[in-house]
Design a protein around this ligand. Structure first.
Ligand code: RIB
Ligand code: CA
Length: 313
């Protein structure tokens, strides 16, 4: 453990293959004091994301970290899953041992608020799925946005989308929730597609990762299902979307971006879920509500990921 002050963190997630790698990194960083994990419906249904998050915490040797259930559906829209990328079970149809940790029943939004109050303004919330739990937490606990040190999300895009030509998947899943979060005043770091699509790990690099230890072999094997989908859509490898958000709080210099005004399209149209930014506009929005990431040092990112995941035995 370095002598740096521990960073209290909370992960909200919808595992999800890249979420699984993100969780592995979260628990491999000694500077992170993980206060809790919460599951949200997203890549697959809540029942599966909740069980996946529980099983992953135990798999990474952290069955002591409480995992809380969150929202089973978006605020307004009907649920949309991404089993075509992440497999029916959300983990590339790879199986994990069932966690024997106690099953938490406190809703994610209440547990998150309690943790934020305990961390006295220092808690860093990392959200790598739809923002439904975060929006509900802010709605039920209006003091929460000011209690967080910051919110780091994987989501959004200042250019095109992946779920649709306009919208990135996490925002597309629940644009109403994202709209509430971007209007909340919480300091946001947006790890969106402009940056995350520059992180792609090739099949050969994934194979190399898989040779390190059983944890890395699981992550490599779980990625295979999505590789076929990515290849069919012009990306030869796995974009490390969620891992970037987990690494940002400790390694901000891996990334670069700019403050921007960001608004979320919630009208029911082809552009539903688009995150509109004023990055390149001469007519800026009235406020700068997010630090939008645009670039990443891919080689250093991959090196840090391998070093961290190599710690597992
Ligand atoms: O667009 C990528 C995001 O959607 C990632 O968080 C992935 O896990 C999916 O949830
Ligand atoms: Ca995710």
């Amino acid at each position: 453990m370095s002598d740096a002050k521990p960073i209290p963190v909370w992960l909200d997630t919808d595992p999800g293959v890249d979420d699984a790698m993100a969780m592995g990194l979260l628990f491999a960083i000694p500077e992170y004091d993980v206060k809790g994990v919460s599951a949200v419906a997203g890549n697959v249904a809540l029942e599966k994301t909740f069980q996946n998050a529980r099983n992953l915490a135990a798999f990474f040797g952290r069955r002591d970290v409480p995992v809380y259930p969150g929202a089973s559906r978006p605020l307004a829209r009907s649920p949309r899953t991404a089993a075509f990328v992440h497999g029916e079970n959300g983990l590339g149809n790879m199986t994990l041992p069932e966690s024997d940790a106690p099953v938490e029943t406190t809703p994610a939004w209440d547990a998150l608020c309690t943790a934020a109050q305990g961390a006295a303004g220092e808690l860093v919330l990392i959200a790598v799925g739809p923002l439904t739990n975060v929006a509900l937490a802010f709605e039920k606990h209006p003091s929460l946005p000011k209690l967080l040190q910051r919110l780091v999300i994987m989501g959004g895009s200042a250019s095109g989308g992946n779920a649709t030509p306009a919208a990135e998947a996490n925002i597309f899943c629940d644009a109403e929730a994202a709209d509430m979060v971007f209007r909340s005043g919480v300091p946001i770091v947006m790890c969106g597609l402009d940056m995350t699509l520059k992180t792609v790990m090739s099949p050969a690099e994934l194979d190399k990762l898989g040779e390190l230890n059983p944890v890395c072999k699981f992550l490599r094997d779980a990625a295979q299902h999505g590789l076929a989908y990515s290849r069919a859509h012009g990306v030869d490898g796995m974009a490390l979307h969620d891992p970037t958000a987990v690494l940002y709080p400790l390694y901000p210099d891996l990334f670069s971006g700019r403050e921007a005004g960001v608004v979320v399209e919630t009208k029911d149209s082809e552009t539903y879920g688009r995150t509109v930014t004023d990055l390149w506009s001469k007519a800026p929005f009235s406020c700068k509500n997010a630090l939008v990431m645009l670039a990443v040092d891919r080689a250093r990112l991959h090196g840090i990921i391998l070093d961290l995941l190599a710690k597992y035995r």
